[in-house]
Design a protein around this ligand. Structure first.
Ligand code: FES
Length: 394
């Protein structure tokens, strides 16, 4: 039987060959200007697209979830855990900010597909509060997606996934939990989520709903650091708590504030967890620069000048020395192609022509060649004195 099947395949190949010959013989001599492969790829993996805000709801007393539908009706493809970049024109500034997608991939691909992102209020650098005050249902917004390799990959990761989250770092795990609950992602997901008080839990209802629906494949453990009313786990995401809920040979995924990452990665190292078993999402620099190790604190509150060369034009702007160069450029209305805002992806790079910068040790993702040639990542570098820099025109 096997031999017959094999011979049938050979016969099939023959038919395909003759069909190809026929197609080539009958083809037009004029090249088809349409690139069909690119068309499909653009539909599946679009660059910047316009979305319409369909719904805005509270995700906690201090955060909101925005639901967006693609204006052209074609939803993007992404993996649970990835992030998107929103574009906002604020005054004369053109700002981009990265947010993890909190809805599940299957929700984007369903009829009337959508994506959601969840934002905490009262954050630095203008955008979250701007969204809160200015974005309404029916508005249009430009979004790039998806980015990052922060998602479960079966060839690399253990099926036993332990998610470690702090604050709004929970959002990529909300996406994963929904995907697991819908039977679209086959992993066992334990979420250890640290908050200060129970009111701070972001997307709590959605996580509970996913946990109930997932038939034992999802476990959510909330840990409160300062909540006398809380009857569950208390304190911080400690070694004891991580060990207690980890199970057999897990892959850890971390998303949360940078200082928390430093703590968690130390704990896991202490536990003997190999580096390949820890995945983390890039995190933007702390709003308060004095929290960055080695930051020249005498520069807090001071300003300097940055001369920006773009093509043949040259502009001099005022800049705060305790803000990343990218933020000063954005404040001056000079667009920067920021994605991760964590120093890792390199999209925001600029060339230092003169002056000195402080490069944050949190996520210094510059390549050796870039460093040697004077390129730096403007989202994670701070002026130490007057600068002259060259930025790409986008
Ligand atoms: S935006 Fe990714 S390195 Fe700056």
């Amino acid at each position: 039987m096997k031999i017959k099947g094999f011979l049938q395949d050979v016969g099939g190949a023959d038919r395909v060959t003759s069909l190809r010959r026929e197609t080539i013989n009958n083809a037009s001599a004029t090249p088809d200007p349409k690139d069909h492969i690119r068309e499909i790829s653009d539909r599946v993996h679009p660059g910047k697209k316009t979305y319409v805000v369909k719904e805005i709801r509270d995700a906690s007393p201090s955060s909101k979830t925005y639901r967006l539908s693609p204006k052209d009706g074609i939803a993007p493809v992404f993996m649970a855990g990835q992030y998107m970049v929103i574009h906002q024109n604020i005054g004369q500034s053109v700002l981009t900010r990265a947010y993890s997608i909190s809805s599940a991939p299957y929700e984007a691909l369903s009829e009337n597909g959508y994506i959601e992102f969840t934002v905490r209020k009262n954050r630095p650098y203008l955008v979250p509060d701007h969204l809160e005050k200015n974005l309404s249902v029916g508005d249009e917004i430009e979004v790039d997606l998806p980015f990052s390799d922060f998602f479960y990959q079966p060839l690399r990761d253990s099926k036993n996934v332990v998610a470690l989250a702090g604050g709004s770092g929970i959002t990529p795990f909300v996406s994963m939990a929904k995907e697991v609950a819908a039977g679209k992602l086959d992993i066992n997901l334990t979420i250890l989520y640290g908050s200060v008080k129970h009111n701070d839990i972001v997307c709590g209802d959605e996580l509970s709903a996913a946990e109930k629906k997932a038939d034992g494949k999802i476990k959510v453990i909330n840990i409160m650091s300062d909540d006398p009313e809380w009857t569950g786990e208390k304190g911080f995401l400690s070694k004891e708590i991580i060990k207690k809920y980890s199970g057999e040979d897990p892959t850890y995924f971390f998303c949360g504030p940078r200082p928390m990452y430093e703590l968690i990665s130390g704990i896991l190292k202490d536990m003997g967890v190999p580096g390949k078993r820890l995945r983390y999402e890039a995190m933007q620099q702390p709003g308060d620069a004095s929290q960055i190790p080695g930051f020249p604190t005498e520069n807090i509150g001071k300003t300097c000048h940055i001369t920006v060369v773009r093509g043949i034009s040259e502009t001099t702007i005022e800049a705060r020395m305790d803000e990343p160069v990218a933020v000063s450029l954005e404040r001056a209305g000079i667009p920067v192609d920021c994605h991760c805002r964590a120093g890792e992806c390199g999209y925001c790079r600029a060339k230092l022509l003169s002056g000195d910068i402080f490069v944050s040790p949190f996520g210094d993702g510059r390549r050796r060649e870039d460093k040697e040639m004077g390129w730096f990542h403007s989202c994670s570098s701070y002026p130490k004195n007057d600068l002259r820099i060259k930025v790409p025109i986008i």
